[in-house]
Ligand binder design. Structure first.
Ligand code: ADP
Length: 359
């Protein structure tokens, strides 16, 4: 009786252990594959199947890895481990479907250290690689955008210092260019700092969100642009059709509306009009900034919200743009769980709309 009981306990422990190991393998976020000494599949978890687009309902047990995966690089890794030419191999691999994988292969051994197969641990690092690429492009863009005005400043200052310009009027003209370029440098740096501040605040959750009045926000943004509008004799009108209080970060939302207004003024001719509207549509509050300016071709509509994207680089730089204004607007809208959209046609003006969810 006693022996029987003990036996039952041992077998249920074993069963438990086996289940725990299986669950552990299946809940891992790394792909795991175990082969035998002939390179046939003995164990494989769901993550591994997902990474290599294998059908989870097919039984791959005992099939050669080379036939199932058909990836020569992985075949080589397994063959090298099986031939005991190496105990551990780590390799980064790029598949044809643009997946980036980090592969670690080692001998699969018993507790007596005897090799019984190969253990393959695979991490899908595609997202990390994509972010790395984005960071690299961003850094290259920043360097390029900062270098252009700096080169120009250096050139003009050198000419003046060399004493090559004796005419006071021309000297003043050169200094004006230097001044404009430093203003542009400042605006790029201010926008970059804004972007990183917004990102940091939204990541750390340090963002103060209060129930605020959108009319106040829009009026404050218009007031900030008044001088620029006046210089181009542009009239800014405000039409509040319907409004409701929304949860917002007042300062950020004011900056978003300001950026849209600043663009509307920048890309409009003198004596033009800019119309700002507030309305409610379905479950969203809409803030619209419409101009009658140069307009934007449809093919650029999505790209203008990317960092540093400018439709006409030379013209935007001349107008003191950084190419960051709209990406800041997009970011601010997203922080508010909202979005930003554009409707525009070349030469017929543009309408930018910030949508904020109600409730
Ligand atoms: P920028 O600092 O160049 O204004 P933005 O990110 O604010 O950068 O805008 C990106 C680009 O989108 C601009 O360079 C311009 O080509 C286009 N754009 C933005 N707003 C308008 C507008 N109201 N009218 C015409 N083009 C616009």
């Amino acid at each position: 009786m006693f022996i029987f009981k003990k036996r039952k306990k041992i077998s249920s422990d074993l069963l438990n252990q086996k289940n725990i190991l299986k669950s552990l393998l299946y809940s891992m976020k790394e792909g795991v594959l175990i082969t035998d000494l002939s390179g046939n599949i003995r164990e494989m978890n769901l993550t591994f199947m997902n990474i290599f687009n294998l059908d989870p309902h097919t039984d791959y047990y005992n099939r050669p890895v080379s036939m199932v995966l058909q990836i020569p690089e992985i075949e080589n890794i397994i063959a090298t481990i099986l031939a005991e030419k190496s105990g551990l191999i780590e390799e980064d691999l790029r598949l044809i479907d643009r997946k980036y994988l980090n592969i670690k292969a080692s001998q699969f051994v018993t507790d007596e250290n005897q090799m019984i197969g190969v253990l393959l641990v695979v991490n899908d690092v595609s997202r990390m690689k994509e972010l790395e690429g984005m960071r690299r492009t961003f850094a290259a863009n920043i360097s390029h955008e900062l270098r252009t005005p700096l080169t120009s400043i250096q050139g003009y200052v050198e000419t003046i210092l060399d004493g090559k310009v004796s005419d006071e009027k021309i000297q003043k003209k050169f200094l004006q260019v230097v001044y404009n370029q430093t203003t542009r440098l400042r605006s790029i740096i201010d926008d970059l700092m804004s972007l990183s501040k917004i990102e940091n605040m939204s990541e750390s959750g340090d963002l103060e969100m209060i129930s605020g009045d959108i009319e106040e926000v829009v009026k404050a943004a218009i007031l900030q642009c008044e001088e620029k509008a006046k210089q181009k004799k542009i009239n800014i009108s405000l039409m509040i059709i319907e409004k409701k209080k929304v949860k917002m970060n007042i300062r950020l939302l004011e900056q978003a509306v300001y950026n849209l207004l600043d663009n509307a003024i920048k890309f409009s001719k003198e004596e033009s009009a800019v119309d700002v509207g507030v309305n409610i549509l379905a479950n969203e509050l809409m803030v619209t900034v419409a101009d009658h300016g140069s307009g934007i071709l449809k093919k650029h509509h999505q790209r203008i919200f990317e960092r540093f994207y400018m439709v006409d680089k030379a013209r935007s730089r001349e107008l003191g743009g950084s190419g960051l204004g709209l990406s800041i607007v997009k970011h601010i809208a997203q922080i508010h769980r909202g979005r930003v959209d554009v409707k525009s046609e070349l030469d017929s003006g543009s309408e930018f709309i910030i949508y904020l969810p109600l409730g």
